[in-house]
Design a protein around this ligand. Structure first.
Ligand SMILES: Cc1cc2nc3c(=O)[nH]c(=O)nc-3n(C[C@H](O)[C@H](O)[C@H](O)COP(=O)(O)OP(=O)(O)OC[C@H]3O[C@@H](n4cnc5c(N)ncnc54)[C@H](O)[C@@H]3O)c2cc1C
Length: 345
């Protein structure tokens, strides 16, 4: 038995972890109470089996790629980072990129992950054409919108509950460069943030970092990042068309004491982050792919900042009607309790 947790490092569960090397072995590993695991980036316990956890990261081959259509067939353990680094320089990127690139194809399909373009492109599953699935009944089936469509739609966003995704066929987006034209908008409170997000609705990518520690007149103050794929003629002089960017090379080598992130350190960090971001606000500039899409990946093992006890992430979807008040109430409670986060995904 092995102790396993998600990216939030809570809960930690004793599970029988297997890493099969063949599709037959996947079938043999599946007993009642088995849960598939990709790269373990789900924050909570979604990728932990109470009885057995089957990690699919041993399946990391690219089966084929069609450069005319941008269609690609991959095994479930291929990481989005590998896909970006291999096909970005050839002018192709996934349509939907979540806030970390260290996500497996199986995990991206199972969670139907969303990106900063959810308002235009929908979830990852929209660009999945087919999957090869090992069902709980012991069958290996090819499923698509036309064939075994019930299994196909139940598996996209199905969180691994329909069986093990072995392979997937995706459509990739053709891009001229790997750079993003970014426009930063600083919003001094929640109303301004919501107005800016509404006004930026036509942007291909949009995301807000909200200062969850701010209260009173500053409640909901935000930095809004809008983005478009940049053309070759927009790049800095001498820049390669595909330069994904560099991570900081920094990492968190040990579990920091749980009190490192407290009301005061987060207040100070958020104040600084907001002020620095507000200074960049206004015009647009071109940034490379990694810092725009994956700012958190820049620091390896950043989840250790929260200490050994780990952390919980709360995500919610709020109907548009009344969203301002509900969001305001959530932010106010978070700020009053001192539970704010400093993260920008
Ligand atoms: C810094 C950070 C930023 C993030 N940003 C976003 C974001 O912007 N948008 C978003 O949607 N998510 C985001 N996430 C969450 C993450 O994208 C998802 O949890 C994703 O599913 C993780 O993929 P994984 O390969 O690590 O899968 P795991 O975490 O290992 O598993 C996730 C789920 O997928 C299932 N699964 C995994 N592989 C298979 C398989 N082969 N067959 C069947 N089921 C499988 C598991 O059972 C589990 O239910 C973020 C996470 C982090 C850490």
């Amino acid at each position: 038995m092995t102790l396993v947790s998600g990216w939030g490092r809570f809960p930690v569960v004793d599970s029988d972890v297997l890493r099969p090397r063949s599709f037959e072995a996947v079938g043999e590993a599946m007993v009642s109470g088995t849960v598939a695991r990709g790269n373990g980036r789900a924050y909570g316990d979604a990728a932990i089996g109470a009885v057995r956890t089957v990690t699919m990261m041993g399946f990391d081959r690219i089966r084929w790629f069609d450069p005319v259509t941008g269609r690609i067939r991959l095994e479930a353990g291929v990481l989005l980072s590998d896909l970006i680094d291999t096909f970005g320089p050839r002018g192709f990127l996934p349509f939907v990129l979540p806030g970390t690139r260290f996500v497996s194809i199986g995990g991206a399909v199972a969670a139907d992950v969303h990106g900063k373009n959810h308002h235009c492109e929908g979830g990852f599953g929209r660009y999945v054409d087919a999957i090869l699935l090992r069902t709980g009944e012991g069958e290996v089936i090819e499923a698509s919108r036309e064939q075994n469509s019930d299994a196909f739609f139940a598996t996209i966003g199905g969180m691994g509950l329909t069986g093990m995704i072995l392979e997937a066929t995706l459509r990739l987006r053709k891009v001229e460069t790997g750079w993003i034209r970014e426009r930063v908008i600083s919003a001094s409170d929640l109303d301004a943030a919501m107005r800016a997000l509404d006004a930026g609705d036509a942007a291909t990518y949009s995301v807000a970092w909200i200062d969850c520690a701010a209260r009173g007149k500053d409640l909901g103050r935000s930095l809004i990042y809008l983005g478009e794929h940049a053309g070759k003629n927009e790049l800095p002089a001498g820049a390669a068309p595909f330069h994904a960017g560099k991570d900081s090379g920094l990492g968190v080598p040990i579990d920091l004491p749980s009190m490192t992130l407290n009301r005061f350190s987060i207040l100070a960090f958020n104040e600084l982050y907001y002020r620095m971001g507000a200074r960049r606000a206004g015009g647009s500039h071109v940034v490379s792919l990694y810092p725009y899409f994956f700012p958190l990946d820049s620091i390896a093992d950043w989840n250790r900042i929260y200490g050994r006890r780990g952390f919980l992430q709360h995500q919610c979807v709020i109907p548009e009607n009344g969203a301002r008040d509900v969001l305001g109430e959530i932010l106010d409670r978070v700020a009053r309790r001192g539970d704010a986060s400093f993260l920008r995904c």
